[in-house]
Design a protein around this ligand. Structure first.
Ligand code: ARG
Length: 461
């Protein structure tokens, strides 16, 4: 009946059953119960300390809220869609438990500042858990990079063999991406950490509240400065979704490489059995489902970002019910991203690397051509001419079915007198990577320097 609703006073008809279902967000927002209770306790204490509630009421509210939390955590609590959301489910139960004092809790507060506060608190916690997991994954990659500081593989541009690189160097590229991702999450967290509580429905409240107190009690840096902004702002959700989408894109690129590398055509790596699945018809199959799923979930996470941008783009100030859709998008994106990060961190240590296949592939496809041109330059040939000489050498090799280092003296001389057999003989993929020995280069010594740097950095993080 309408009168059972916490807002039912001005209504004479009961809510339509379809509306009851359609309007409810409890299935999605129940997971913010701890933050809702924490926020309500801070609000109640503040109402007590400024004299809006008396001490007995505050004590009853605090005790009652603890009991509600215990009921939720023990599974004794039944969330009801008729009570719409986590805020009203908890408030209704509180009032059942403690009577009138429960009805006073919502003084100087609206669900609009309440939901904004709860969501920030909840996402702050999720953000911390996620960045911890990302740090763990970085650590896993750094370990692998150390093991493979000198493992030579082909580096690609356009997915065509370009120059030899070390696997360690390649893996550390992802550590860099994750570092930027963590930075974006920390940055979003910092901006998110302002307290909407006290903004009430949209304009603030006529009660003499102490917003500094609630902000401090909840671990926020400060109260939000503008009540209209505080209840209508969902930037913090969009920023997190943007950070999540980009982090997922990075993992998806890595996933794509792992999938390629595990194909029979590459055979660079083999992922552990525990992280692969078979086919119900083809007995020989071992499929890289985990990286495929990570790649797939990236689409879903990007979808969350797009859906929130579109949801907010035409909303007038201040609160609009459209915003209730925000939680579904951001909770799902964070759940999925956390899953992706955890899967990679668990799977990668068991990955078998076929260093021989990598080396073979690195030696093929004329990957040492740039180094041959560099050798000519060292002998005084201008780079553009050297480039052309090596280009002709490659064409000769293709025609004769050999690699650059297999050219004989006669062939060299025929292409250009400045090209010597000793130059082409000296071309090894190990020399190629060893030669790129400067900050950011692929040389094993540089990879080890970076590994040491990352280990120190991750320890401090
Ligand atoms: N469940 C709502 C949400 O998630 C809470 C705020 C509702 N406020 C309102 N005035 N209807 O957005």
């Amino acid at each position: 009946m309408a009168k059972e609703k916490l807002w039912g006073g001005r209504f004479s008809e009961a809510t339509d059953a379809l509306v009851e279902q359609f309007n409810a967000s409890i299935d999605v927002d129940a997971r913010m119960y701890a933050e809702d209770i924490e926020g309500s306790k801070a609000h109640a204490r503040m109402l007590g300390s400024v004299g809006i509630l008396d001490e007995d009421d505050v004590a009853a509210i605090l005790r009652g809220l603890d009991q509600v939390r215990d009921e939720i955590e023990s599974g004794a609590f039944t969330f009801s869609p008729a009570l719409e959301d986590v805020h009203m489910n908890i408030e209704a139960r509180l009032t059942e438990l403690i009577g009138d004092a429960g009805k006073r809790l919502h003084t100087a507060r609206s669900r609009n500042d309440q939901v904004a506060t709860d969501t920030r608190l909840y996402l702050r916690r999720r953000c911390d858990a996620l960045t911890d997991k990302m740090r763990t994954l970085q650590g896993v990659l750094v370990e692998l990079a150390e093991q493979h500081a000198a493992t030579v593989m082909p580096g690609f541009t356009h997915l065509q063999t370009a120059q030899p690189v070390t696997l360690g160097h390649h893996l550390l590229a992802y550590v860099e991406m994750l570092e930027r991702d963590v930075g974006r999450f920390l940055d979003a967290r910092r901006r998110m950490n302002q307290c909407p509580l006290g903004s009430a429905a949209l304009a603030g409240t006529s009660f003499p509240i102490d917003r500094e107190q609630t902000a401090r009690a909840l671990g926020f840096d400060a109260p939000c400065r503008n009540s209209l902004d505080a209840v209508s702002d969902r930037d913090f959700i969009i920023e997190l979704l943007a950070a999540a989408a980009l982090a997922a894109v990075h993992l998806s690129r890595f996933a794509e490489e792992l999938i390629l590398w595990m194909s029979a055509q590459f055979a660079f790596v083999e992922l552990p059995d525990a992280f692969c699945t078979g086919s119900s018809i083809m007995p020989q199959k071992k499929n890289p489902d985990m990286p495929e799923l990570v790649r797939g979930k990236t689409g879903r996470i990007i979808g969350g970002l797009v859906s929130m941008l579109v949801t907010v783009k035409s909303l007038p100030l201040a609160y609009n019910k459209d915003m209730q859709e925000d939680k579904q998008a951001v909770f799902d994106a964070l759940d999925q991203l956390e899953g992706c990060v955890a899967i990679f961190a668990a799977m990668l240590p068991g990955m078998r690397v076929n260093a021989e296949a990598m080396r073979r592939a690195a030696s093929a496809g004329f990957s040492t051509a740039t180094d041959l041109a560099d050798a000519l330059v060292r002998a005084g040939v201008p780079f553009r001419e050297a480039h052309a000489i090596v280009g002709r050498s490659v064409a000769w090799c293709i025609e004769h079915g050999v690699e650059l280092h297999e050219m004989d003296a006669q062939a060299c001389a025929a292409i250009d007198p400045r090209l010597s057999e000793s130059m082409v003989r000296a071309l090894s993929v190990e020399d190629c990577v060893r030669a790129r020995d400067h900050i950011g280069g692929t040389a094993p010594t540089q990879v080890m320097r970076q590994v040491r740097w990352w280990k120190e950095r991750l320890q401090d993080a």
